[in-house]
Ligand binder design. Structure first.
Ligand SMILES: NC(=O)c1ccc[n+]([C@@H]2O[C@H](COP(=O)([O-])OP(=O)(O)OC[C@H]3O[C@@H](n4cnc5c(N)ncnc54)[C@H](O)[C@@H]3O)[C@@H](O)[C@H]2O)c1
Length: 286
């Protein structure tokens, strides 16, 4: 059984921990915030319960997977015998840099490093380590336990062995994979960020209400979720950080909508804070 450590227990880290434990990995979920770890444990337990009640996993599978999960605030001591580390901290290059430096210092030499970045260059992230051949992007989707894809993005120095091993890890977690070439935003975030940002420009221009814009996109274009519903699920801060990065790398068409920035500044980050474009604290949408 391989030891897999996930750093960051937010929206994504907790989902990755769930599929990792269910896939048979000895899974450690790390965060600097005690509260986040508590929330992660609560959410993961709820997914297990729902999975059992809907017949997606047996009680025994859920119990065994739960027993394979450890929650901790301590990074360096938990990665010293890790085989795979998946980083899921906020989409800010300085935070990722400091985490990868610590990972490189404490993880054994054979350990593979994956980043769950939505937009950033795995080549740049690999440059924060002395093992660029063992670094790759492993882009999961939200909610991780329901979304079938992992988009794998190789950096310039990523070895074939690393790419193959990570693809097997994703498959063991029950996921399909696509492996794409490195470019800011890969395939999925590049499209998703553009659609989500354009929706904010429309809202700002008064083209329609959030409900109307979401309804038009869902029923007219056959999207499973409206761009605001998705933005609130992703986290508006995460979406904003993605856009800032893509704006810097790919130019004007990714300039974050001022209204999106305003929501983030107001602390309306989406479902995770109880309020984003929509209000989740009340049964009626605002
Ligand atoms: N939210 C999405 O839908 C989504 C989808 C795909 C990829 N991503 C990417 O996944 C990554 C994480 O996004 P998220 O939405 O889960 O963010 P989030 O804000 O929900 O969670 C980030 C977590 O990292 C923790 N953290 C911060 N600094 C840390 C440190 N030094 N050590 C340990 N933990 C630390 C925070 O306490 C928080 O719990 C980002 O790179 C994002 O772009 C997000």
């Amino acid at each position: 059984m391989k030891k897999l450590v996930i750093i960051g227990s937010g929206v994504m880290g907790r989902g990755i921990a769930y599929v990792s434990a269910l896939g048979g990995f000895h899974t450690f979920l790390i965060d600097i915030e005690e509260k986040q770890l508590e929330n992660a444990r609560r959410d993961i337990d709820a997914i297990f319960e729902k999975g059992v009640s809907r017949g997606k996993v047996t009680e025994e599978e859920a119990r065994n997977a739960s027993e394979r999960l450890t929650y901790s605030k301590f990074l360096s001591e938990n990665i010293k015998d890790a085989d795979i580390v998946i980083e899921a901290v906020p989409e800010k290059i300085d935070i990722k840099k400091s985490i990868f430096e610590v990972m490189d210092q404490h993880a054994p030499l054979h350990c593979l490093f994956a980043t769950n970045t939505s937009t950033m260059s795995p080549t740049e992230i690999a440059s924060f380590t002395k093992r660029p051949d063992k670094v790759i992007a492993m882009h999961f989707f939200n909610p991780v336990h329901l979304m079938p894809l992992v988009e794998i993005v190789r950096g310039l120095e990523t070895s074939d062995e690393t790419a193959q091993a990570i693809s097997l890890v994703a498959k063991q977690m029950g996921k399909e994979t696509v492996t794409v070439n490195e470019f800011p935003g890969f395939v999925t975030s590049r499209i998703s960020a553009l659609v989500g940002n354009e929706a904010f420009y429309m809202l700002q221009e008064g083209v329609g209400t959030a409900e109307e814009i979401d309804k038009a996109i869902k029923l007219g274009l056959n999207y499973p979720m409206g761009p605001f519903e998705l933005g609130d699920l992703v986290g508006l801060d995460t979406r904003y950080n993605n856009l800032k990065y893509l704006h810097e790398k790919l130019g004007e068409k990714y300039r974050p909508a001022p209204l999106l920035e305003q929501y983030v500044k107001a602390g309306r980050l989406g479902r995770k804070t109880g309020r984003g474009v929509y209000d989740y604290r009340n049964p009626v949408k605002s």
